[in-house]
Write a protein that binds this ligand. Structure first.
Ligand code: SF4
Length: 110
């Protein structure tokens, strides 16, 4: 099976985390060394994936609020920036905010 795109991996993790059984939320041992193992500690595991792919500003604010006290917010944002994920709220940042961060970084290194 091909590796899913990063955004699909997040969606899939979030979808499986909606299960009510506690075992369904716990990371699998094989995930411990993966570059996405931090996802299992995200606050979003307790919400439907659609919350983080909002269609308006109100939805973005709602997702940002959930992210604001997420224990893996830094990893999440860096992951989204590194993988140039264009859609959704990651690391408490909207698509537009992530584009601005990337632009600032490009300017800073030029
Ligand atoms: S920062 Fe937000 S999107 Fe990222 S893992 Fe935490 S709750 Fe999920």
């Amino acid at each position: 099976m091909l590796n899913p795109k990063p955004s699909q991996r997040k969606l899939s993790l979030r979808a499986s985390s909606r299960d009510t059984a506690p075992d369904a939320v716990a990371p699998r041992p094989s995930d411990d060394d993966s570059v996405t193992s931090w996802m299992s500690g995200g606050n979003c595991r307790n919400y439907p994936p659609a919350v983080f792919f909002p269609s308006d500003g109100v939805g973005v604010d709602r997702a940002r609020k959930i992210c604001s006290d997420c224990p893996v917010v830094d990893q999440c944002l860096e992951y989204a920036l590194e993988h140039r994920i264009e859609h959704g709220v990651w690391g408490g940042c909207s698509e537009r905010e992530r584009r601005r961060i990337l632009k600032r970084r490009r300017v800073a290194t030029a």
